[in-house]
Ligand binder design. Sequence first.
Ligand SMILES: [Zn+2]
Length: 52
Amino acid sequence: MGSCLKGKSEAKKHPGAYLCDKCGAVSDKKKHVCDPSKLKKKDLEKGKKKKK
Ligand SMILES: [Zn+2]
């Protein structure tokens, strides 16, 4: 814990990347975000900004 990017994405959104549900940062590494959800191709096609 304690290793989130805090909103600063270090990768572009792409299938297989991890998006932090808390702060919205994107990383290729799961450990780099605090609440990771893996992006799927489907997620990216639906709209750039996904809101819960
Ligand atoms: Zn986060």
